[in-house]
Write a protein that binds this ligand. Structure first.
Ligand SMILES: CC(C)(COP(=O)(O)OP(=O)(O)OC[C@H]1O[C@@H](n2cnc3c(N)ncnc32)[C@H](O)[C@@H]1OP(=O)(O)O)[C@@H](O)C(=O)NCCC(=O)NCCS
Length: 172
């Protein structure tokens, strides 16, 4: 998948102290965003890892929250501010997380995405995720089904190839 990197942002670790910034991106990204308590609790959880995309001025414009247990990773939440989309930021966040997971021996990554979120599913398909099933009524706010998507990190493939210009700095 062709991805245009935006050198104006860098991928950073997001500490729990930045939960309000995560909340702002969340609120601007979803019709049914996570509530403040959930954002704060997940960021403080010892199972949760958080990456973000930051402008040179230090503004957080995207985040990816995920949890790793055993050989399995659960992508919990991914959001990019609307005005920063289609610049490769979402793909960079997922690839950075996958690199870190591989280093920890993670074999599979999975996620749930709303059945109605076709653009989200298209995004994940482009990164090598495959739909493997549905969870009926998974979202309590609307009762909507979730589509479960999974990716085999060991098998890898074309979706892992990135442009040579990719910013690999972690800046934690
Ligand atoms: C889904 C989302 C995270 C994608 O972030 P992004 O930074 O815009 O994605 P990228 O620029 O890295 O896109 C990479 C590729 O994914 C695909 N893609 C991204 N957005 C897409 C869309 N709206 N429709 C179809 N394909 C899309 C494209 O193939 C794109 O490559 P291209 O721009 O060269 O065509 C972002 O649109 C978003 O925050 N949406 C709202 C929240 C959400 O749905 N989160 C995911 C489900 S939890």
């Amino acid at each position: 998948m062709p991805v245009t990197d935006d050198p104006a942002v860098r991928i950073v670790g997001v500490p729990p102290s930045r939960w309000l910034e995560v909340l702002r991106v969340e609120a601007a990204s979803f019709e049914h965003p996570w509530d403040p308590g959930t954002v704060r609790d997940v960021l403080h959880s010892r199972f949760c890892l958080a990456l973000g995309a930051e402008t040179p001025e230090g503004r957080l414009v995207a985040h990816l929250l995920y949890a790793v247990q055993g050989g399995l990773c659960h992508l919990l939440d991914l959001a990019v501010l609307p005005e920063w989309r289609r610049r490769g930021i979402g793909a960079r966040l997922v690839r950075e997380a996958q690199d870190r997971m591989r280093a920890e021996g993670v074999e599979f990554v999975f996620l749930e995405v709303r059945a109605s979120n076709e653009s989200g599913q298209a995004f994940y398909r482009g990164l090598g995720f495959e739909p493997v099933g549905r969870r009926p009524g998974y979202y309590p706010d609307t009762g909507e089904d979730a589509v479960v998507m999974i990716r085999d990190l060991v098998a890898g493939g074309a979706a892992d190839r990135r442009p040579a210009t990719d910013d690999r700095s972690h800046g934690e």
